[in-house]
Design a protein around this ligand. Sequence first.
Ligand code: GLP
Length: 240
Amino acid sequence: MDLRIYSDYKELSKEAAKLIMNVVNANPTGLLCLAAGHTPVGIYKCLVDFAREGKVDFSRCKFVSLDEWVGLGMQDEGSCIKFMHDNLFNPLGILESNIAFFNGQASDLELECKRIDEFVFKNGPIDVVLLGIGINGHIGFNEPGSAFDAYSHVAILDEITKEVGKKYFPVQRQLEKGLTLGIKHFLEARNVILVASGAGKAEIIKKTVESPPDTSLPATALKLHNNFYLLLDKEAASLL
Ligand code: GLP
């Protein structure tokens, strides 16, 4: 585990963006899996700036979805697909043909998971996975108890995830399930970056750093990866 602590969110975002940029510059046709959520917003701003400055070109990269709320789609504020389009894909001008995203409104969710798995097997391995962490230790929608050897699957959302997830939605949502890449995808990726910011993440970061790999805390699975970067700002690292 490569643990790096930065003075603030701005520096954390810039350094995480640089890591991703370096991966893309080494393989401009690579496959990327980038998380939705509040933590990576600053990273995506930096990536868009880097692209506009001509430092990196994402036009030949492929993008695979990390996770999605079951029932939500592009038209829904708070869906992961809308978030990624608003914050990254549209500002970068990424072609839809280079994006494979979970359809949270698919009629057959198992088949939808298979579709995304097949996309990863065909275009992978994933060059870089960028993850956030839930305060219950989830990564994507791999909730506590998720198997380390699972690929994409339908997840029953943890009570904490449902409660915290309210922050993404302007209107109250009844969300029970998610679609997510599995931990096995992360372990088979070339690089994995987990970012956490703010005092609210300090407790779960302390547990993640101190605990051996254990399914009760999904983020600890990443310690099994040889190229695992844990990037924190000072507040998220304050209990270490
Ligand atoms: C959400 C998502 C994750 C995200 C994590 C942290 O519920 N399922 O993909 O990375 O929780 O989110 P945030 O960055 O908003 O704290």
